[in-house]
Design a protein around this ligand. Structure first.
Ligand SMILES: Nc1nc2c(ncn2[C@@H]2O[C@H](COP(=O)(O)OP(=O)(O)O)[C@@H](O)[C@H]2O)c(=O)[nH]1
Ligand SMILES: [Mg+2]
Length: 355
């Protein structure tokens, strides 16, 4: 498997040569250095390399952040390189080039391989408390909010991707200019149902040069995580909003019939419930599941009715089985939550099932 390492650099003159040597020791691997006109003239060292123009390439640009550098690098890679795999790696010797074959090996059975510090066998050497807390917090936010629950090291900068996986990504669409690029890309490939594996690596803090991780990167990371969360859970959020609107419809129709028209309560409840099922159905159909309108609408409507009736049954079952264990005012919302989970699952997998 031929591979191209995309290596972003900003003032890495002290280590770039050694990193290039380490990478080029692997005969099937070449390098694209994405340098943001480093004032220390990192690019000069790259241009002087004997493989420059052969297995070493250089892309120079203005400093806009780590993510922007990677975006340019990946676009170049897809258009100008024929490699079967693309890697991300730091140029400060924190990532060991000796680990590259293990990452590439993992791509035989997955679309993405993460050089992971937080799986069994992985570790970090040389970080103080400050960096440990930042990394822990970043991963927690990424996993809890940004839709990356199954990934242990979401902020890793040492990763390999199959060419196909990268080709499926529209890099101009990815939010974030800085370090948040890592979770944005991971979130995208995950939503495209690419398979991800984590390969344990040892990360050694840099001994030369300084970290470029800044406050603006940290702030942007939070904003991007929330944005990715909304994108990832958009369908569930829409479903919950529609459900809330259904409660209002239900209540309003009941009030209209029973209070103002004198329809008996039992009939008012039945009509109000059906009205809310219908309004939920049409809102979900037009909004929440608008990309899933592949089966006949009568079928969808019927299945949604069964779903809602099942939800009602679950509310009763859950409520009466919890009633003795907790206060009724606690048991009821728990029962409603169980029914909502049921409703969403059946709507997603059955009423508006994927073709
Ligand atoms: N081209 C480019 N590279 C960057 C930028 N910010 C960081 N890098 C590179 O990204 C890699 C990781 O950065 P580093 O400062 O070591 O981050 P840390 O390991 O999280 O402290 C290094 O190779 C940096 O030179 C940037 O704005 N532009
Ligand atoms: Mg570093």
């Amino acid at each position: 498997m031929n591979a191209l390492v995309i290596l972003p650099t900003y003032n890495e003159k002290a280590t770039i040569k050694q990193v290039l040597e380490g990478i080029l020791r692997h005969k099937n691997v070449s390098v694209l250095v994405v340098d943001d006109n480093s004032p220390d003239k990192t690019a000069g060292v790259v241009k002087k390399h004997k493989e420059f123009g052969k297995r070493v390439h250089l892309l120079s640009g203005e400093k806009q952040g780590l993510g922007e550098a990677y975006k340019r690098g990946f676009v170049w890679a897809v258009n100008e390189s024929t490699a079967d795999a693309f890697l991300e790696m730091d140029a400060d010797l924190s990532h060991n080039p000796e680990d590259i074959p293990r990452l590439l090996d993992a791509l035989k059975s997955a679309d993405v391989a993460i050089g992971s510090r937080y799986v069994k066998g992985g570790k970090v050497i040389g970080w103080g408390m400050h960096r440990k807390i930042l990394s822990f917090g970043g991963n927690l936010v990424a996993r809890m909010i940004a839709g990356l629950w199954s990934v242990r090291d979401c902020t890793a900068g040492f990763r390999a991707f199959r060419r196909k996986t990268v080709q499926g990504v529209d890099f101009s669409e990815l939010p974030g200019k800085g370090y948040s690029f890592q979770i944005a890309l991971l979130n995208t490939v995950k939503r495209q149902e690419r398979t991800i594996v984590e390969v344990p690596v040892t990360f050694t803090d840099r001994e030369k040069g300084t970290s470029k991780l800044g406050v603006s990167d940290i702030l942007e990371f939070g904003v991007v995580a929330v944005r990715l969360g909304f994108q990832t859970y958009a369908r569930l959020i829409k479903f919950l909003l529609v459900g809330a609107s259904g409660l209002i419809v239900n209540w309003g129709v009941f009030a209209l019939l029973w209070l103002y028209t004198g329809v008996p309560a039992w009939l008012s409840i039945a009509v109000a419930t059906e009205a809310s099922i219908l309004s939920n159905f049409f809102l979900n159909n037009a909004w929440t599941f608008k990309d899933r309108r592949t089966t006949h609408i009568i079928g969808r409507l019927t299945r949604y009715h069964y779903t809602a009736l099942g939800g009602l049954l679950i509310t009763y079952l859950a409520y009466f089985s919890l009633e003795n264990a907790m206060h009724a005012l606690v048991a009821y919302p728990v029962a409603i939550m169980a029914a909502t989970a049921w409703n969403f699952a059946l709507s997603y997998f059955w009423a508006w099932k994927k073709k």
